[in-house]
Write a new protein. Structure first.
Length: 132
């Protein structure tokens, strides 16, 4: 969440099959996130929920893009933290300081070919698998 400061809410994996998004696991534990935070701080006007896509290399994270909008894993964040992330973003936009939160469980967000998931559209669904 970005307001007057930058705070890392969660680090997520992004699972791909070629160029097709297939899911995400969250939260992940990565010790050095300073370069990721610095990249977000360099973009003027960011406020709210921001996704920073990066690749981990042996040397350091390589920033790919910064998404100034909610991305698919936001669905998993609600389950991982037991909090409505959208409400947190809206309250932050109204000037309320975001509370300190920590994950309650690990979550696997999966994009599948079905119409029975958490969210469904055009033959695909987003399914949530939780672990304690």
């Amino acid at each position: 969440l970005i307001s007057d400061d930058v705070r890392v809410l969660s680090i997520n994996s992004q699972e791909m099959d070629g160029f097709n998004y297939t899911g995400a696991k969250l939260p992940l534990c990565i010790e050095d996130v300073e370069l990721i935070v610095e990249a977000a701080q360099r973009v003027p006007g960011l406020f709210g929920y921001v996704g920073v896509d990066f690749i981990l290399t042996d040397e350091l994270p390589r920033i790919l893009e910064i998404n100034p909008r909610p991305t698919t894993p936001i669905i998993g964040l609600n389950h991982a933290f037991d909090i409505n992330i959208s409400e947190l973003i809206l309250n932050n936009g109204k000037g309320e300081h975001a509370p300190e939160i920590s994950p309650k469980r690990l979550v696997h967000v999966k994009k599948t070919r079905s119409e029975s998931g958490y969210v469904s559209c055009d033959g695909f669904s987003i399914e949530i698998e939780e672990t304690l």
